[in-house]
Design a protein around this ligand. Structure first.
Ligand code: ZN
Length: 319
């Protein structure tokens, strides 16, 4: 009884890449990855503990119609990595798990700059990196590499988005970098996305065109990024796209201002990277639903205990 009350109605989990863990990688990117074995073990143990996996539409229906719901989980995967299709989809089919993939349309269009993977390779391959603004970052120890990755990541996120590629090139001068080198290898194709969209288990959501932090854009640019991706996906899958997810959904990358803009755009739900579970009151915050990141350190037992703490702090986590 108490657990049900404290845990809220459901938890929306955020996943990214699903591939075997690479011990050579040291940066934050590996936090965005879980192994296929880990994903399957998580599903099996959650089911054994009485959790059920539901779609975003089912969650939305429960919220807007004040339906009772408990111990429910929603799996969402951000960006549109090819391994979602090759590694995760077979597991979802095997266990009959609904899932949502939020597509950044520049990924399958192969115009995406996956700078976070390119930056990771740079940090791994070098002992130091000097940027054109004169700052030098050490990459000697694994700890240095992590700190440097985070520091340069912050710089890139907040670069001006007009002529983004020029700003990136200028930042790394005189180094010459092929910023488009990763996308063909890592992105799901439109054929795969179309195939997924035909599965009753899959929901295809939108995740902008270029994966910019929306807080760095003007209102018109935000609308173009969000609605552009929605329309491109709808044409490709010949179906409507009703769910959206903010890129870099932290407090500096998306603010109340962007929540208000997206709130007007007619999506059923929008999710952030703010940490928290879903409570009945979230029916009034459908354009800023919190999620919980599913990392390889995730423990179901710890998760169940932490939901009690969230109640003490305040039941609704919207930002
Ligand atoms: Zn993303």
């Amino acid at each position: 009884m108490f657990m049900q009350y404290f845990s809220g109605m459901a938890t929306v989990f955020m996943l990214h890449s699903i591939h075997p863990v690479d011990s050579n990688k040291i940066s934050l990117n590996e936090k965005l990855n879980i192994s296929p074995d880990f994903l399957e073990a998580f599903i099996v143990s959650a089911k054994a503990k009485g959790y059920s996996f539901i779609s975003l539409d089912t969650l939305h229906d429960a919220l807007v119609n004040n339906k009772k719901m408990a111990k429910s989980m929603v799996l969402t995967l951000d960006d549109g990595y090819a391994d979602n299709y090759t590694n995760a989809y077979p597991i979802f089919k095997k266990h009959n798990i609904p899932f949502t993939i939020y597509i950044t349309t520049s990924f399958p269009n192969h115009t995406a700059i996956l700078w976070w993977y390119i930056l990771e390779d740079l940090v791994i391959a070098n002992n130091s990196i000097t940027l054109s603004d004169g700052t030098t970052y050490s990459c000697e120890t694994p700890e240095d590499k992590k700190t440097t990755f985070s520091a340069i990541r912050q710089k890139i996120i907040h670069l001006p988005k007009e002529n983004f590629i020029d700003s990136l090139n200028a930042l790394f001068e005189p180094r010459v970098i092929d910023w488009y080198s990763k996308v063909a290898e890592l992105a799901m194709t439109w054929e795969q996305i179309k195939e997924l969209s035909l599965s009753p288990l899959a929901t295809i959501g939108a995740h902008t065109v270029n994966h910019y932090a929306l807080a760095t854009l003007s209102k018109d640019e935000v609308i173009n990024e969000v609605m552009g991706s929605k329309q491109i996906i709808e044409v490709r899958i010949d179906n409507s796209v009703e769910h959206f997810c903010y890129p870099f959904g932290g407090p500096k990358e998306v603010t109340e201002k962007e929540f208000a803009i997206v709130d007007e755009l007619g999506f059923k739900t929008t999710t952030t990277t703010r940490n928290g579970s879903i409570f009945a009151e979230h029916k009034h915050h459908l354009s800023a639903l919190p999620r919980v990141m599913l990392t390889s350190e995730f423990s179901l037992l710890r998760f169940e205990l932490s939901t009690i703490k969230r109640f003490v702090k305040g039941r609704i986590v919207v930002a």
